[in-house]
Design a protein around this ligand. Sequence first.
Ligand SMILES: *Cc1c(COP(=O)(O)O)cnc(C)c1O
Length: 425
Amino acid sequence: MDHFAYRDGHLFAEDVAVSEIANAVGTPFYCYSRATLCRHYDVFAAAFEGHDALVAYAVKANSSVAVIRALARRGAGAALVSGGELRRALAAGVAGSRMVFSGVGKTREEMGLALDAGILQFNVESEPELRALSEVATARGVEAPVAIRINPDVDAKVHRKITTGLRENKFGIEWTAAPEIYARAAALPGLKVVGMSVHIGSQLLDLEPFRQAFAKMRDMVFRLRADGHRIDIVDVGGGLGIPYDDLPSPAPEAYARTVLDALGDLGCRLVLEPGRMIAGNAGILVARLLYRKEGAVRTFYVVDAAMNDLLRPSLYDAYHHILPCRRPAPGVGNIEVDVVGPVCETGDTLARQRNLPPMAEGELLAVRTAGAYCAVMASAYNSRPLVPEVLVSGDRWHLARRRLTAVDLLDLESVPDWPDGDDRA
Ligand SMILES: *Cc1c(COP(=O)(O)O)cnc(C)c1O
């Protein structure tokens, strides 16, 4: 459920007309609904009520400080994959003790930042990383709380670019090597083994791969405890899928049952890392129709948003619903169009062969389910500056990130003034 709906024929975000925001900030822009974010968080957290569980929102899905803060105020922690995200989570008011940090390439600098913030747990993904963390912690005279990220070799059966739990993927430690790695971690100075973590992929619409992964985790917890390790925290990662089209996705309650059935009786604190499930349906990308172009065999709606603003269709062949912001009059028939952006790539197509009403140039449309893995993946390709992010709450809206300008981008650059300038032959 989300809070983007038509009122009197106009698309609203909660109690604010999308067109009102467009008039104020221009297009394109991302628009997030605070009520939707909080509702998703609340439903997810409620499914684990009565258990010692930390819901650590996966910041990489949508790392707007305003979004993180809205969730933190609801009780969310933060699941991080970079030092930049750590700074954002701190700026949003998340306590270090409610943060976990994953990723195969943490730098020593990032490790230091996280140690200084007093994070709950490092999810360590390789033996060289263990040694580096040991050195950084020892140099600071502190102990780093460590979980090993285990790769359970489970096929999440999602798009190959978002599956992470297969043997061939770069993530985690080979399942069978876990006992040995835990023994090494326990022997290194500056490390304190506290738990185990797993993250098998994203946008899972089937609970079975989770079931398989969590069963393996359970077995491994017993095995490691028998070896004398303390496993007090099990972190099951994220990955719960959401409906982009009209396929059903698992309810948070069913997901929670899958987690708790496998891991609920181990006497461990649970860490959950939902990202997409919290933010995906809480955002839209609003764009304006620039031109209606009649091609040889297709009609194109050329809009002012492009693949640099919203990459998922180009990167994953992802489907996003597209709506006109002014509802067509009853009885108006749809036409089949491709919705494309201005970027000079054929891949710059937001939607293919979509049925939309006839729209006039200058009208607004909204790309739905754009709250997760959209604004965060934006680039300035074609020198198109990053677009604004707006957070709506009730009848108020706030510009959470202003639009960058071409001048902002140019200000980052300079040309060399070498005496033997390379522009001469
Ligand atoms: C991306 C990621 C998540 C969040 O995944 P969602 O599919 O958005 O829930 C959680 N944990 C880790 C380690 C991740 O890399």
